[in-house]
Design a protein around this ligand. Structure first.
Ligand code: PLP
Length: 422
């Protein structure tokens, strides 16, 4: 459910008319709905509460949409954050996330990043290799601190999602191999500077079937029992993110948060551990749209192309992940429908937003909305072809604000220089 709704033939974000936003900020731009962000967080939190999971922590996965205003919206609800870099730490803190609700994930944390996170006093590091544990222990010791860690273990489970967003099989770079998990905990126990308090998994993203989650959580329950038998005091289980969302508007049905929460309660509810989740897409995807205008149409023998002013530089998901995003005119339109490839101006064959879409014949300058673009949209943007990054707008009821402005070309080129030997 989201708050992008047609009223009198015009798409609105909550109480704001998208066409008016387009006039004010220019296209292309991202538009986020605060009410939708809040609803997604609250639905998940309520589902966990209803399932009896009383000690829980939802750490929003900042990489899905790291705009400060988006993070701040969730911080106000009491959300924690799952970060994967010092940059995301900076954002999370600046947006008002409490440090004691921040977990630091990722395979490549550097000593500098560890120091920054230790200084900030984050809750937990999710560590992915023994050498990372060693570096973290050294770093913490040198600061006179002890880092609480969860070992990210790789349960070797196929998540049944796109190859590029599967992370839980033994073939990926993520986590400590399942067979090495106990040795990893033993390794950590022998070190000063780290205290292993949790098990962490994250098996992939856009997972639309609960079965792989259930299998992974059952394996976690099993590992937990073995670790406890071995004297490890495990008090947190971080189950990662990955729950899928509908992209097709009405025609696909990902798991219901209640069924997901029930399943967590069934597999791990009596673990006595705090249950942590790291949802990204679930919170942000349907809380955002990308608005673009038609530059011109090109009707050919084989194909009709609708060339718009957004491109793979704004929304990489179609070409990177073969992702489908629903695309519709911002103003309902009764013109004859044809099949179009909706493409951007970037000089790449892979620069498309949607292929073979039934859309009305539009005029140059007409607006299109690309739905469910709030997660892994703007954050994956680039300035390829020296295009200006799209601005971002946050709507909250009758209020709206530009929460990231479009730079000008001078700002874009500011870091570059022609060496003085020229
Ligand atoms: C990307 C990521 C997430 C969020 O995944 P979603 O599918 O967006 O929920 C959570 N945890 C880790 C470790 C991740 O890398």
């Amino acid at each position: 459910m989201d708050e992008f709704i047609y009223r009198d033939g015009a798409l609105h974000a909550e109480d704001i008319v998208i066409g008016e936003l387009a006039e004010a900020v220019g296209t292309p731009f991202y538009c986020y709905s605060a009410a939708t962000l809040r609803r997604h967080y609250n639905v998940l939190d309520a589902a966990l509460a209803d399932a009896g999971l009383d000690t829980r922590l939802i750490c929003y996965s900042v990489k899905a949409n790291s705009n400060l205003a988006v993070i701040a919206t969730l911080a106000q609800l009491g959300a924690g954050a799952d970060i994967v870099s010092q940059g995301e730490l900076t954002r999370a803190l600046q947006a008002g996330i409490a440090p004691e609700k921040i977990v630091f994930s990722g395979v490549g944390k550097t000593a500098e990043e560890m120091r920054a996170a230790l200084s900030a006093g984050i809750l937990q590091f999710n560590v992915e290799s023994l050498s990372e544990i060693d570096l973290l222990a050294d770093t913490a010791n040198s600061m006179g601190k002890t880092a609480e860690i969860a070992l990210r273990v790789n349960p070797d489970i196929e998540a049944g999602t796109h190859k590029k967003i599967s992370t839980g099989s033994a073939e990926t770079k993520f986590g400590i191999a399942w067979e090495d998990a106990e040795a990893g905990f033993a390794h950590a126990r022998a070190l000063d500077g780290v205290e292993a308090v949790g098990i962490d998994i994250h098996i992939g993203s856009q997972i639309t079937d609960l079965t792989p989650f259930r299998r992974a959580f059952e394996k976690v329950a099993d590992l937990l029992a073995r670790l406890r038998a071995d004297g490890h005091e495990i008090r947190r289980l971080d189950l990662g993110g990955g729950l899928g969302v509908p992209y097709g508007r009405d025609n696909d049905t990902p798991p219901d948060p209640n069924a997901y929460a029930q399943m967590i309660a069934e597999t791990l509810g009596d673990s006595g551990c705090q249950i942590m989740l790291e949802p990204g897409r679930l919170i942000a995807a349907n809380a955002g749209i990308l608005v673009t205008s038609v530059v011109r149409t090109k009707q050919g023998q084989a194909k009709n192309f609708m060339i718009v002013d957004a491109a793979m530089t704004e929304l990489m998901r179609p070409t990177l992940y073969d992702a489908h995003h629903h695309i519709a005119p911002v103003h309902e339109n009764a013109a004859a429908v044809k099949n179009w490839d909706v493409v951007g101006p970037v000089c790449e064959t892979g620069d498309f937003l949607g292929l073979d879409r039934a859309l009305p014949v539009l005029e140059d300058g007409d607006l299109l909305a690309i739905f469910a673009a709030g997660a892994y949209g703007s954050v994956l943007g680039s300035a390829y072809n020296t295009r200006l990054p799209a601005p971002e707008v946050l709507v909250d009821g009758k209020k709206w604000a530009v929460v990231r402005s479009r730079p000008d070309y001078q700002a874009l080129l500011a870091g570059e220089a022609i060496p003085d030997w020229f």
